[in-house]
Each structure stands twice: as C-alpha cells, then as structure tokens.
Write a protein that binds this ligand. Structure first.
Ligand SMILES: N[C@@H](CCC[C@H](N)C(=O)O)C(=O)O
Length: 277
C-alpha cells in the first residue's frame, strides 16, 4: 500500500515528513530506507507526526537520522512541522511534543517561523558527557579542532571556535569528533568563526547524517557557546551553508533559546514501503 509523504526543508536541511497521527510510530528500518538518496526519497532527517500524549500539543514529532537512529531534537524540522500545523489549524501558535520537550512555533512574517526551542543545557550530565567536567572547555583535540564548548539543545553539540570555518575539512574530521568517547550518545560537531559580536559563521557535521547545509540546533548551540565564552552577544545571526538563522538566548531569564528562519514545502508524493532498500 502506498504512503503519502511531504518533502520540506529549512535552509537546505531537508526532510521527509510523514503524518502518522492515528497510526503507529516509524521503524528505524523504514526511516533508513526513506532517507536513502539513491533508492529512497532522500533526506537529512525523517520526521513523523504522531498523536500527542495529552499536553495540549497539536502533535508529537519524532526525528530519525538517515542512519536510522531516533534523536531528540531538530530545529529546522520543528519550523517545518510548525508550518504544517499552523496552516492546518489557522492558529497563531502551535505546540509540538518532542523527545527534547514541548516546543512552540509561531509565524514571524515573510515566510519565517519562530520556534521556542527550550532551555540550553549547560551541565555535563544533560548533554550528556562521559564524566563530570567544565562544559565551557572540553578536553578534546582533533586536528585543528580543539577546546570545544559542550551544549545540549535536547541533542548533544560540540562547538569549536576556529579562525576560518571554511578551511575546516569537516568530512575528514567530523566522524572522529562524532564518535569520540567523551560523548556517550555521540555528538553533532560545529566549526564556528566569529564574524562580529552579532554574527557567526557555522559549518556542521551532524550526528547520524554527516555534513548538512544547515542545522538549527547547532546554530542555537553556537550562539550559547559564543555568549558563554564572551565572544558574541546572546542574540545573533548564524550564517550556515544554506542561509541565515536568527537566534536569541534568554540567558539571564528563562534560559530558553528562540530560533527564527524559513520553512519550505517542496512537494508531496507517495512511496511504497515494500520497494525501499
Ligand atoms: N538538522 C537538525 C538536527 C538533526 C538531529 C541531529 N543530526 C542529531 O543527531 O542530534 C537541526 O536542524 O537541528
């Protein structure tokens, strides 16, 4: 039997979205097959909408990386799901349940969507790291990547500040950082250059996905890390390969991070699960 999917993206970080409300969660095997770029539909993450558990949210969202692993958070996908649910309900704001917590999405004008991504996690156990340590300086060096900041945005991030992010060979260095024993759940790795007090350049190696054109949670983590190091303000623009995101960390208040950026629907189609690799 054929299944319907929606292809969406946020700054080129692309998703296959499946609406399974009233149905059952997606298996890792099916997620891997759908994400496969030669034989599947192809995407950086597979997103499933399920019935909410009862928090008053419009839906529950699950996220699978192309390696089949289910993960806690995806900033760009949250804007995309928010767009779908806002259009469906006509409401001003929608709440989405995720493994990383309850997220809120609202329209921000000009095709932009603002997501309240929850609090930045700064404690080693919440990221998580393998043992107790100062998350502002992780004892890690992989080639030109050294002394990262650890940040949890629901999912784990290591943020490396470098003079020139363009010069970093992420394809070569990313896998070693991702699988380093310091990170029991593996990690997303970012190379960040400070362009100004309110502007960062970020290139990312995503856990379970490899290099992508943008990662929303990495952009949040980069601003949190830069503000903690005193390198930038807690409100800044992050320039990724696919475009820019506005990030605001309410550092002295709730500790929550708000991310604003585009969410685009590309097309809708069908697939036959039996035909997937
Ligand atoms: N692209 C996402 C993050 C997706 C999950 C990540 N690869 C992980 O394993 O934590 C984003 O926009 O945040």
């Amino acid at each position: 039997m054929e299944h319907v999917f929606i292809k969406m993206h946020g700054l080129g970080n692309d998703f296959v979205v499946l609406d399974r409300r009233g149905g059952v969660p997606l298996s890792s095997v099916l997620a891997r097959g759908l994400a496969e770029r030669r034989l599947g539909v192809g995407c950086d993450q597979v997103i499933t909408l399920l019935d909410p558990a009862g928090s008053g949210a419009a839906a529950r969202m699950t996220i699978h990386n192309p390696d089949g692993g289910e993960v806690e958070a995806c900033g760009n996908a949250t804007r995309c799901v928010g767009r779908l649910l806002l259009a469906e309900s006509g409401a001003e704001v929608v709440r989405i349940e995720s493994a990383g917590g309850l997220l809120e999405v609202r329209r921000a004008g000009d095709g932009l969507y603002a997501v309240e991504m929850g609090p930045a996690r700064l404690d080693w156990a919440e990221i998580p790291l393998a043992r107790a340590m100062d998350t502002l300086h992780l004892p890690l060096e992989v080639g030109p990547l050294a002394d990262p900041v650890g940040v949890g945005m629901g999912n784990p991030h290591a943020v490396f500040f470098v003079p020139d992010a363009e010069a970093i060979d992420l394809a070569a260095l990313g896998p070693e950082v991702e699988h380093h024993p310091l990170f029991p759940n593996r990690v997303n790795a970012s190379a960040v250059s400070v362009l100004g007090r309110d502007r960062l350049r970020l290139r990312v190696w995503e856990r379970g996905a490899g290099q992508t054109r943008a990662c929303g949670t990495a952009a949040c983590a980069a601003v949190v890390a830069a503000a903690r190091r005193g390198l930038a303000e807690p409100t800044a623009t992050v320039v990724l390969d696919g475009g820019a995101l506005s990030i605001a960390w309410d550092r002295d208040g709730t500790g929550r991070v708000t991310m604003t950026g585009p969410a685009v629907e590309v097309f809708r189609g069908t697939f036959d699960p039996q035909a997937l690799p």
